[in-house]
Design a protein. Structure first.
Length: 95
């Protein structure tokens, strides 16, 4: 499984990268039909919104691409919520 990470408007730290890789490995271990996951992380520091940290993913599975996006006030929380949301989407496709 291939995993790519794109960071917008901030420097991707090693800790965030490892957190994403851990979540991607979790998804792949439970849903081995995943071909590729493209993560996009964005911090909008100019936004007045409290929930200005976005985690988005495109999950490529056989013949289809699943997409999900989550906003929160903390990037790690966004990543965790995104992983939960993706797991629910993938469970529907597993059946």
């Amino acid at each position: 499984m291939k995993t790519s990470i794109t960071a917008r408007h901030f420097e991707l730290t090693e800790a965030i990268k490892k957190h994403i890789e851990k979540k991607a490995n979790y998804l792949h271990s439970h849903y081995n039909f995943i071909i590729e996951i493209d993560f996009t992380l964005e911090v909008d520091s100019e936004s007045k919104a409290v929930e200005n940290q976005m985690a988005e993913a495109k999950v490529h599975i056989s013949g289809e691409t699943l997409h999900s996006k989550v906003f929160s006030k903390d990037l790690y929380q966004s990543i965790d919520e995104l992983t939960d949301k993706l797991a629910r989407l993938l469970s529907k496709h597993k059946k």
